[in-house]
Design a binder for this molecule. Structure first.
Ligand code: APR
Length: 247
């Protein structure tokens, strides 16, 4: 029960919307990635087994664009880093994003549930390596020597998200759950709000550009661009303490 922890922990679930104003496209908005690219081809195991080169070329190109864009954290990432630094209790950021913008803003307690940029994994021996290098179908695993088994360390549809034990432990003792910039269409992340609401005295707030399909699951709603709505909300929590959440 979160009452055992004072001040209560805060879990912040972030999605692509928080990085939109840093210049990274979302997935499901009209200009989103999944409206331009067939996700079955590049973000499923079936796609990988069908055409590894297509998958690797897609991520190589995405990595190149990402580097060239020189993206930087925005005011919403900065505000969450400040929340972690100044709030007296635990702040856990659970992000579905693979970009490093939370860490670049200074957040320390960040769980990348869908993997992260800059890491590759061998499908044969499961070793994870830090690497920004492009991958090809003849790339060799430095650990086991397997050829053509290296892939981005990113969770594809149908695969198990990462850090779930830590995530549910944080959810089970939080007093405030914030979801920022996520459409709530991908599970298990979309189910976190219901998971925390099984407990009494937990406050849940959706901060998003617009209402999502999950909006009725949240008690509080704040709509607008993340850079405009997240900083004042964070300042309110810091100024008023745990009471700002209203729980
Ligand atoms: N500020 C706040 N929210 C925004 C902004 C903004 N500037 N711009 C867009 N949004 C909102 C959109 O309204 C939408 O609800 O961000 C949300 C983005 O939703 P998705 O594109 O579905 O992204 P996300 O929820 O992170 O997707 C989840 O799906 O395929 C995947 O693995 C990928 O982690 C990703 C997962």
């Amino acid at each position: 029960m979160h009452q055992d922890y004072f001040p209560p922990g805060i879990v912040v679930l972030t999605g692509a919307g928080i990085s939109k104003e840093s210049g990274i496209d979302t997935f499901r908005d009209p200009d989103g990635l999944w409206n331009r690219v067939n996700l079955e081809d590049v973000a499923t195991l079936e796609g990988w087994h069908r055409d590894k080169k297509k998958v690797l070329d897609f991520y190589n190109e995405a990595r190149g664009l990402f580097r060239a864009a020189q993206v930087a954290p925005n005011a919403a990432h900065d505000a969450l880093a400040r929340l972690e630094a100044k709030y007296g209790g635990d702040v856990t950021i659970v992000t579905q994003n693979i970009d490093p913008l939370h860490e670049m803003a200074g957040s320390k307690n960040v769980l990348h549930m869908h993997g992260r940029e800059g890491e590759i994994r061998c499908m044969k021996c499961s070793t994870v390596f830090p690497s920004d290098a492009d991958l090809a179908i003849d790339s060799v695993c430095a650990k086991c020597g397997a050829v053509g088994e290296l892939r981005p360390n990113i969770v594809w549809f149908g695969e198990q998200p990462m850090h779930l034990d830590e995530i549910y432990a944080a959810l089970d003792k939080c007093g405030l759950f914030m979801a920022i910039g996520t459409s709530g269409q991908v599970y298990p992340a979309a189910g976190f709000v219901l998971h925390v609401r099984r407990r009494a005295r937990v406050r849940t707030v959706e901060l998003n550009l617009e209402p999502t399909e999950n909006q009725t699951l949240f008690q509080d709603h704040i709509y607008g661009p993340a850079t405009r709505i997240v900083p004042p909300y964070v300042e309110r929590i810091l100024a008023e303490g745990w009471k700002a959440g209203g729980w």
